[in-house]
Design a protein around this ligand. Structure first.
Ligand code: UDP
Ligand code: GLC
Ligand code: MN
Length: 361
């Protein structure tokens, strides 16, 4: 087949919201290339249909989990062991070259020139710039590389318990060998305010091509006013408001009407909301429910209902009245010609210490 593709990954319907917005952002900047999404069994049928309406390829793969809680705790993202599932992207051998791109990114301008780069090209990580950030990287699909990465994972593990640690250990000469594999930061602008970031953002922000909303507070979890259509950025991130607003504008224009109540997670809940109209009591109740769910999962809506002032107000109100929420792979797995030699990967358990390759299924 040949050709190039942008590839993302989603393991559930909430992250699928990110993938849908990302896909529309890529179409909006008129990419010339295919859009592929890797999905796992946790994505509902109704969400698969919607993904298929914008992505060229929806490919089901098995979940790969590092199960390395010890290292994930250091990263403070215990849920990211499953990002090992990203490795399946190397199995898309129908393409010559691809760019993996996280579902929590937004493409602001056409970046098709990235396909001129070679494997493994990526931008520096903000936390440790001698490592690359694995939210955006150029790679060449290859069954051999995939097998080799799987062996490596089983033998060496990953220093952060997730894909970024593993890929930096595997492509270990990235920091010093070939500068053409260092992508400029504007191709993966990680939205985290660290020392020196604010001044640089003021100077270079307008050149940004790909924004990456890293960290636990994703655009779809922020306080969005359904009446005014304005999104409120998290504390200390006011400069990101225009970028978060682009995310929500695409969501409102292209994604919201596609959501149904048969979808899971936040996608199902958001399908029940109306946008741009006065809030009914029912809508208010749904919004309260979404916030309660987000709160319970540890996503606190700092600027909106969960802001300190609001929490204090609630406490005071309460005191004053005292006493008183595997199925068919489209191309690869179902095609007859591949079914004999396909690699079956089940869950893998990569322990924090190296384990023998024999434990891989
Ligand atoms: N991901 C997913 N389901 C999850 C967590 C992550 O599908 O529950 C995928 C998704 O493509 C996501 C990527 O893995 O963008 C990496 O995770 P995340 O973006 O949350 O990590 P961060 O960039 O914040 O470190
Ligand atoms: C990083 C990357 C993300 C990756 C995660 C875990 O912050 O942005 O793509 O999945 O670390 O390694
Ligand atoms: Mn990310």
């Amino acid at each position: 087949m040949g050709g190039f593709a942008w590839v993302t990954l989603v393991t559930n319907d909430s992250y699928s919201l990110g993938a849908l917005v990302l896909a529309h952002s890529l179409r909006r900047v008129r990419t010339q290339h295919d859009l592929a999404v890797l999905i796992t069994p946790g994505v509902t049928e109704s969400m698969r249909e919607k993904l298929a309406s914008i992505f060229t390829l929806v490919q089901e793969v098995n979940l790969l989990d590092s199960k390395d809680q010890e290292n994930l705790e250091v990263l403070r993202r215990s849920e990211l062991g499953i990002t090992f599932t990203k490795l399946h992207c190397w199995r898309l051998v129908q393409y010559d070259k691809c760019i993996f791109i996280d579902a929590d990114t937004l493409v602001i301008r056409n970046c098709d020139e990235l396909f001129e780069r070679e494997e493994l090209s990526a931008a520096p990580d903000v936390g440790w710039p001698d490592c690359f950030n694995s939210g955006v990287f150029v790679f060449r699909p290859s069954q051999e590389t995939f097998n080799s990465l799987m062996r490596f994972a089983a033998n060496k593990g990953s220093f952060d318990g997730a894909d970024q640690g593993l890929l930096n250990m595997y492509f270990s000469d990235w920091a010093h060998k070939d500068m053409s594999k260092h992508l400029p930061f504007i191709y993966n602008m990680c939205s985290t305010a660290t020392y020196s970031y604010a001044s640089a953002y003021r100077q270079y922000g307008e050149n940004v091509r790909i924004v990456h909303f890293i960290g636990a507070t994703k655009p779809w979890l922020l306080y969005f006013d359904t009446v005014t259509g304005i999104v409120h950025p998290p504390p200390g991130c006011n400069h990101l408001q225009p970028l978060l607003q682009i995310w929500w504008n695409i969501f409102c224009d292209n994604v919201h009407s596609q959501l149904t109540n048969t979808m899971g997670g936040l996608a199902g809940a958001l399908s029940k909301l109306t946008l741009g109209e006065c809030r009914t009591d029912e809508q208010q109740a749904i919004e309260d429910h979404i916030r309660k769910q987000n709160w319970e999962q540890g996503y606190i809506d700092f600027m909106g209902r969960d802001s300190f002032d609001n929490i204090l107000k609630k406490i005071n109100e309460t005191l004053a009245t005292a006493p008183g929420i595997t199925s068919p792979i489209t191309e690869i797995e179902e095609s007859q010609e591949n079914s004999n030699n396909r690699v079956e990967i089940q869950e893998i358990a990569v322990e924090s210490k190296p384990i023998s390759p024999g434990t891989l299924n």
